[in-house]
Every structure is written in structure tokens, then in C-alpha cells.
Design a protein around this ligand. Structure first.
Ligand code: LLP
Length: 413
């Protein structure tokens, strides 16, 4: 593991996190391990050995340009959900032929950008197909499209991160498949190359991927029978990670790929779209303790980080493990770890067993590499945090903190 403890001190690769905290001016800040990013990506590469495949990293999970460049350098593709993610992926050097543009509300300008760069586009609905068609006409360029099928497989995850059940806002109504195929047949610029699905996120069993793949292969056959030549099967992302730090048996990329390997016809190229399982466990949010208080019933550790920097616990009641980064010699008590934001929902963790930390000591929120920095906000005028990357003994700042002056610059004064 790239984050570990020695003599009560937390380390990231070869560096003591406390020493990093003393050295960097910003607090809280995100800290990532390059080695862990590389390992997680390589685990997918090994898992996919023997298959034709594209690993499309879901940029929304973590869009730091330096992290994107590292992934791109290793041969990764990119899965995008906005025109700006597409622009950033181009800056990071991703090959547009390994990019997929997803989403249920892609705008015409975004689609024109995707078509211009020959990025594959997923069709999500009737209007989306018509917009893609329009973008191809305006650009006078053909576009490779996939149809997003709704497999109606329940991934058994928090409803906010479940995307492939019948009532989800994503994907086409499967009964209307023929309408889509007809439209595509009638338009020379639309080149149907595959189908797509995405079940949801934080998935803890690979059986659902197998169920979905079986169903998707039926669709492939049905579509081929209508004279289309499909080359991609995109099964989305969604593999969970061990947030609770108590389940080493959670499925790995190998488990995922092996659960569907024998189903896959050799001529199909498999696309997978992992986000969390590539970057989730590669980062922490490092905070300082502002103070400790009690209301008679409950104890609170108040830190300088908050739901503005890391919203997952508030938004999804998500559990992220919390540790002090340095040895503290006091009895363990039960605390809620909360931020300074003016909301009762502003907590990073509830009912945590921790020693009573002194003011200014360091406290880390684990598994903060995915959907944490990217979901941070300016609520209560908290500034978007800095990001640092450790590579062995080296520490590098990979994003400046947003400063108050940056914020003010948005206004005409
Ligand atoms: N592909 C599609 C079409 C997606 O919608 C997503 C995530 C992914 C791939 C990547 O899924 P992953 O491998 O990262 O699970 N903010 C939530 C997660 C939202 C995920 C949205 N879609 C969270 O913090 O848990």
C-alpha cells in the first residue's frame, strides 16, 4: 500500500505526511501517490491481457491535469461527460480515438467539438441522436456512435450512484431500439460501432457485470442481424473500492474481467470505463484540527476541511476512513469529525473512535482520490484546495489552491 503507518506516523510512499503538512502552506490539501495510480492502472492492463480492449478512464473521478497526463502516458483512454472534460483530455494528450463522450444532456456545441475531434459518442435518447446527427451535419464529418442501453440490472448501491435500472435518467428506452437503428441507417454520417451500458458505481459484486454483459451480447446479436457491424462492447465502469478498510475480498479488475471473459466474442473490442477503482485509493485529504468540543452527549473534532472540499459523506452518507496522521497519546473516544461549514450536513465522518487530537494536529480522510476534489465547491467561500503528488521521495505541487483574488476576479468591481 502507498499509504501506511510507521510508529504512529502516516506515510505516503517514502514521505511522512506530517512533514509534508508542515512544509506546505495550504490546509486542507489533497495528497496523491503516483505509485498507487500506476499500480491501479496496471492492474487493469494485466486483467485485460489477451482481450482487445480500451481502458477509458472516467475523467470526472479526478481531473487533475498531471494525473491525466500520467494515465495518458501509460496508454489509457478517456471517458468524458462535458465539452470541458474533452478539452482537458486533449490538453493532457489523450488520443481522441480512445475517447468516449457520454451523457444524457450533451449540448450541440459540445457535440460539435466531439465530432470535430472524431471522439466516439454515446447516444442516450431520441433527442440526443438528433443532436448528434445535427453536429455531424454542421461539421460535415462522420461520427462513430454507440447506443447506451439501459440493462435494467440492479447494482445494489446507493440510489444516487445507480444508473442502469429501468427508471434511471440514462440510456435509451430499449423497446425503441428499432427506431434508433432506423434513424442511423438513414444517415450516412452516423456510424454505429457499438453499444454501451453503465450499471452504477461502488459495485461490490461482479455477478452484475456478468448479467449485464449477457444481456448486452443479446443486443449485439439483435443489432448485427439488422446488418450493422459492431466492434465495441462498452460495459461502463463502477467497480467499488474498500472504503471501510475491512473487506480485502472486494472484487478486483481481474475478478471483473474474468467474470465476463468467456462470454466475449473475440472480434469485439471491450471498453471499460473505470474511475474510482483507478484513482479512489490514491489520495487523501489532509486537514488540521481546529479544536475539539462536546455538547454533553457528543464529541466533535472540528477540522478546517469540510463538505466544501469533500462532499461524499454529506451527499451519500458515504463512509471514508479517518486517521490522525501523527501519534497522539490519549484515550480513544467517539467523535463526529465535522467541518466549519454552516450546515448540519457538514460532516466527514460520524461515530469515529479516535484519540483526542491536539489543536493543529493532522487528520487525513482516506480514499479521497475519486469524486472528492472534483466535487469540491466554494460553499461558505471555501477555496478549491491545492493538490500534491508524491513520487517516491519527491513531493510535487500539481494544483495551486484557488485564492480569494481568483474568486474576486470573476466579478466586475
Ligand atoms: N462511465 C459512466 C457512464 C459513468 O456514469 C461513470 C460514473 C463511470 C463510467 C465511472 O464510474 P466509477 O468506475 O468511477 O464508479 N460521485 C459519486 C460517483 C458518481 C459516478 C457517476 N458515474 C461518488 O462520489 O460516489
Amino acid at each position: 500500500m502507498s499509504f501506511y503507518f510507521q510508529n504512529g506516523f502516516m506515510y505516503c510512499e517514502n514521505l511522512r505526511v506530517k512533514e509534508i503538512q508542515e512544509q506546505v502552506p495550504e490546509s486542507p490539501f489533497y495528497l496523491y501517490s503516483l505509485r498507487q495510480i500506476q499500480k491501479n492502472y496496471q492492474d487493469y492492463v494485466s486483467a485485460l491481457k489477451g482481450l482487445q480492449s480500451i481502458i477509458g478512464y472516467a475523467v470526472k473521478a479526478n481531473n487533475n491535469l498531471h494525473i491525466l497526463k500520467h494515465l495518458q502516458n501509460m496508454g489509457c483512454g478517456a471517458v468524458l461527460v462535458s465539452g470541458n472534460e474533452l478539452r482537458l483530455a486533449l490538453v493532457a494528450g489523450f488520443d481522441p480515438r480512445q475517447m468516449i463522450f457520454n451523457g444524457n444532456g450533451k449540448t450541440l456545441p459540445e457535440l460539435i467539438l466531439a465530432v470535430k475531434h472524431q471522439v466516439m459518442v454515446n447516444i442516450d435518447s431520441e433527442f440526443d441522436l438528433l443532436h448528434i446527427q445535427k453536429a455531424a451535419e454542421i461539421s460535415d464529418t462522420p461520427v462513430k456512435v454507440l447506443i447506451r442501453i439501459n440493462p435494467d440490472v440492479d447494482p445494489k448501491v446507493h440510489p444516487y450512484v445507480s444508473t442502469g435500472i429501468k427508471n434511471s435518467k440514462f440510456g435509451i428506452q430499449n423497446e425503441r431500439l428499432d427506431w434508433f437503428l432506423e434513424k442511423i441507417k438513414q444517415n450516412d454520417r452516423l456510424n454505429l460501432v457499438g453499444i454501451h451500458c453503465h450499471l452504477g458505481s461502488t459495485i461490490e459484486t461482479v455477478a452484475v457485470f456478468r448479467d449485464a454483459t449477457t444481456l448486452m451480447l443479446d443486443f449485439v446479436q439483435q443489432i448485427q442481424e439488422q446488418g450493422f457491424n459492431l466492434c465495441y462492447l462498452n460495459i461502463g465502469g463502477g467497480l467499488g473500492i474498500d472504503y471501510k478498510k475491512n473487506n480485502p475480498r472486494l472484487p478486483t479488475p481481474v475478478d471483473l474481467v474474468d467474470s465476463i471473459r468467456e462470454l466475449l466474442p473475440p472480434e469485439l473490442i471491450l471498453i471499460i470505463e473505470p474511475g474510482r477503482s483507478i484513482v479512489g485509493n490514491t489520495g487523501i485529504l489532509v486537514n488540521r484540527v481546529t479544536g475539539v468540543k462536546s455538547n454533553g452527549n457528543k464529541n466533535f473534532i472540528v477540522i478546517d476541511g469540510s463538505m466544501s472540499e469533500l462532499i461524499r459523506p454529506s451527499l451519500y452518507q458515504a463512509y471514508q476512513h479517518i486517521d490522525l496522521i501523527e501519534p497522539v497519546l490519549s484515550n480513544v473516544e467517539t467523535f463526529d469529525v465535522v467541518g466549519p461549514v454552516c450546515e448540519s450536513a457538514d460532516f466527514l465522518g460520524t461515530n469515529r473512535q479516535l484519540p483526542r487530537p491536539p489543536e493543529e494536529s493532522g487528520l487525513a480522510i482516506h480514499d479521497a482520490g475519486a469524486y472528492c476534489h472534483t466535487m469540491s465547491s466554494n460553499y461558505n467561500l471555501k477555496m478549491i484546495p491545492a493538490e500534491y503528488l508524491v513520487d517516491g521521495n519527491q513531493l510535487r505541487k500539481i494544483r495551486h489552491r484557488q485564492e480569494f483574488d481568483d474568486y474576486l476576479r470573476q466579478f466586475e468591481i
